[in-house]
Design a protein around this ligand. Structure first.
Ligand SMILES: [Zn+2]
Ligand SMILES: [Zn+2]
Length: 175
């Protein structure tokens, strides 16, 4: 992919929350066959591989990381995963809980994987192969974007707390 197109892709993904802002700290090593989260191609042993620990661990080529890092600068100083429309996503999740199109997660068990060609179980947008996705164990729609999964999980926890609240007030009668 030409650099300019790659930069544009990174910018769009950051804006939509499909890619978290690149942290400053990364681990560099020789390529071990991981797929670059930025350009979607395999990092070969002859290339430098950066291991990036964000909300999840991803891998990138060195030049791809540079682009990602540069495009992440506007997000510095903010918790990127929180500022990217998480509120909107949580609203979607709440509505879908209410109309029964999304189940409340019974647990927080999930896998982070490479994007699969599937529709996101939360926002219904496609997940692209070059993106990381979250595979939810035991849920009917198993794949979501990372940020969508986070919204889903947060709302599930909130919803479970409401359900678990006893209807009677146990400490009402202290006299
Ligand atoms: Zn790359
Ligand atoms: Zn999504």
């Amino acid at each position: 992919m030409p650099q300019i197109a790659l930069r544009q892709t990174v910018r769009e993904r950051l804006a939509s929350g499909w890619l978290f802002p690149a942290p400053h700290k990364v681990w560099a090593g020789k390529g071990t066959g991981h797929v670059c989260v930025v350009c979607g191609t395999t990092i070969t042993p002859s290339e430098v591989e950066n291991e990036v620990d964000g909300p999840v661990t991803v891998w990138t080529h060195l030049p791809c990381y540079s682009i990602w890092r540069e495009e992440s600068k506007p997000y510095d100083g903010a918790d990127g995963t929180d500022r990217i429309d998480l509120g909107d996503l949580r609203q979607i999740v709440r509505e879908r809980f209410a109309n029964g199109t999304l189940p409340v997660l019974p647990h927080d068990k999930s896998w982070t994987g490479r994007g699969v060609s599937d529709l996101c179980g939360v926002c219904s947008s496609p997940i692209f192969a070059a993106e990381s996705s979250q595979e939810v164990i035991g849920a009917p729609r198993a794949h979501t974007h990372l940020v969508c999964y986070r919204a889903w999980l947060l709302e599930s926890i909130a919803s479970r707390q409401v359900d678990e609240r006893p209807s009677a007030e146990p400490h009402a009668d202290d006299s």
